[in-house]
Design a protein around this ligand. Structure first.
Ligand SMILES: *[C@@H]1O[C@H](CO)[C@@H](O)[C@H](O)[C@H]1NC(C)=O
Length: 289
């Protein structure tokens, strides 16, 4: 949750490196201050959210997280959108939470207000969310990436939970999702030393599924989103629900849920179309029904 890079030169380079070309507002509604939102893909079926606080290396402040929630709500309601990509800049996905916002908070305020409890929005959306991580994904940035369903990394990406350096621990799922993703030893090492891992180490440990050259990362994440968006939305949602259940349920209960969801696919037009198209050796045309 920490914003670890405040060096002025870094910030200046960051500001000039960030290219906003081609970005436009997603809706005619409230403009966003901290993020850029648009639809991408040949069929405009991939919702795209770019964290855009370049001077702060995308430090996650409350306002930014609220805007991400709003953008996600809009994409959830948009029947054209079948998948969502969240990215930052080439320098930083998000270098942590905004420590200035936390510096003088008391326990009583944190506890009474259930501080950070509304930061988990990304983990509750039904549509698949892909994190495209270039640069730093530290503290809250790493936690945000881990709330997504799939993580792609640029080859210079760095992941870490350095809260321990600030006298605190991760508070937005860092100790839980990291441990489930990479196992106890590496998670413990990262949380207790504050050391970062590279994109390659993250791939090796199962934290990310693919690593790409920096400039290919976002296009590849969008391609993945397009591939998912081409499938039946209702069936994709069932697949996501079933995989997520693996983190919550025993094997017996998880397998039971999977079986019921599998049975449920037989109540849909899209399951019938998919199998009929397969038998007729043609491409399926899904109607999300
Ligand atoms: C926190 O408190 C200290 C000491 O009272 C003060 O100097 C500092 O400016 C405060 N920080 C913020 C972000 O308000």
């Amino acid at each position: 949750m920490a914003m670890f890079f405040r060096s002025a030169s870094l910030v200046v380079r960051q500001a000039t490196a960030l290219s906003l070309a081609g970005a436009r507002r997603y809706s005619t509604g409230a403009p966003y201050q901290y993020i850029l939102v648009e639809k991408k893909g040949e069929k405009q079926d991939v919702g795209f959210i770019q964290l855009n606080r370049p001077k702060a290396l995308n430090a996650l402040c409350d306002g930014l997280m609220k805007e991400v929630s709003q953008a996600l709500d809009a994409f959830e309601e948009d029947s054209q959108v079948g998948a969502i990509v969240i990215t930052g800049s080439e320098k930083a996905f998000a270098a942590g939470a905004d420590i200035k916002e936390m510096q003088n908070r008391t326990f009583q305020e944190c506890y009474s207000g259930n501080f950070l409890s509304h930061w988990n929005k990304v983990s509750t959306v039904k549509k698949p969310v892909i994190a495209a991580v270039n640069g730093f994904a530290l503290g809250g940035g790493c936690e945000l990436a881990m709330m997504c369903d799939i993580i792609y990394a640029g080859e210079k990406a760095q992941f870490g939970q350095p809260e321990i350096l600030l006298g605190t621990i991760p508070g937005a799922g860092g100790t839980q999702r990291l441990t489930r993703a990479v196992g106890k030893s590496l998670a413990m090492e990262m949380v207790l030393t504050g050391d970062r891992v590279s994109a390659q180490e993250a791939k090796q440990s199962g934290l990310v599924s693919k690593v790409f050259p920096i400039d290919q990362l976002v296009p590849e994440a969008i391609k993945c989103g397009e591939k998912i968006a081409a499938h039946s939305k209702i069936i994709v949602a069932m697949g996501k629900e079933a995989v997520n259940a693996a983190f919550e349920l025993t094997l017996t209960e998880g397998n039971r849920l999977e079986k019921r969801l599998f049975h449920s696919t037989f109540a849909t037009d899209d399951r019938k179309e998919g199998m009929t198209a397969f038998v007729e050796k043609r491409k399926a045309s899904f109607q999300d029904k």
